[in-house]
Design a protein. Structure first.
Length: 259
């Protein structure tokens, strides 16, 4: 067990070691070896200065360079950005990390999903908070039953199980015992996107799974998910993923590149 004097020694050793580090050496790069863990660091203006190499893809970008300078409003405009900014304000006000929490972030197909987030202040030598950094990773299923999400669960289940044909706003609203207007408002506030966009992203995520793990042709995937034709499927897929289904299957899946 360390004595107080031992702790003081190692604190000084930490500082000495950090001063010796070349500025381009970033410890967070070790997180690139964990594909489901994302790292970010922002300055006081909320501009992204550092992130893990897997994060840009979640926002339709291909490189870390494209992420530099982007704010939460650039990446996730609307309710999600406002929520993240409130977190930042709390850190700037208290100078303390936020307790780990379960909240919505954008996943690898651009779909809002539940993640466990940890956020910390970045301080200068004078102890002033000059930025915010954090990590997020997919939350365990039993951690995602937030009250707002639970309220929408019947509609979300209907959307997840009807990927070929949109169930209809009225049916979804009725399943949650809400009026159409209430349902649309609550859905947007909770999930961060409108219902039809969410449903389309579910279909694209399902397409990614089929392309990664299945042995289906592109035409079969398109038909299975209810797209009008393969051209429509390709157009929507490229919009959300940034590449065609064929290119995606070649890069990530076992699917032969066939039509």
């Amino acid at each position: 067990m360390n004595t107080p004097s031992d702790e003081c020694f190692w604190r000084r050793e930490q500082l000495r070691f950090l001063r010796q580090m070349e500025p381009g050496t970033h410890f967070y790069r070790v997180l690139d070896g964990l594909p489901d863990v994302y790292f970010f660091a922002k300055n006081r203006l909320g501009q992204t200065l550092f992130c893990s190499s897997n994060l840009p893809h979640n926002h339709g970008m291909t490189s870390v360079a494209e992420m530099l300078g982007k704010t939460d409003h650039d990446l996730t405009p609307g309710p999600l950005a406002e929520k993240y900014l409130r977190d930042d304000e709390e850190i700037y006000r208290t100078g303390e990390p936020l307790p780990p929490r379960i909240e919505i972030c954008i996943d690898h197909v651009g779909l809002p999903n539940w993640y466990r987030t940890c956020k910390y202040p970045i301080k200068n030598p004078q102890g002033e908070v000059i930025g915010v950094m954090g990590t997020f990773q997919p939350a365990a299923p039993d951690a995602t039953r937030e009250p707002e999400r639970f309220r929408l669960e019947p509609a979300i289940r209907a959307l997840e199980t009807n990927l070929q044909e949109f169930p209809g706003i009225e049916l979804l609203a009725n399943s949650c015992h809400l009026s159409v207007r209430q349902f649309q408002r609550v859905f947007k506030q909770t999930i961060g996107t409108n219902v039809k966009d969410y449903w389309m992203k579910l279909r694209i995520r399902a397409a990614c799974d089929l392309l990664r793990h299945g042995q289906h042709s592109l035409l079969q995937v398109s038909s299975h998910l209810g797209f009008y034709d393969q051209s429509s499927f390709t157009r929507h897929f490229r919009k959300h993923i940034g590449k065609t289904p064929r290119d995606y299957s070649r890069q990530f899946g076992s699917l032969p590149a066939r039509t």
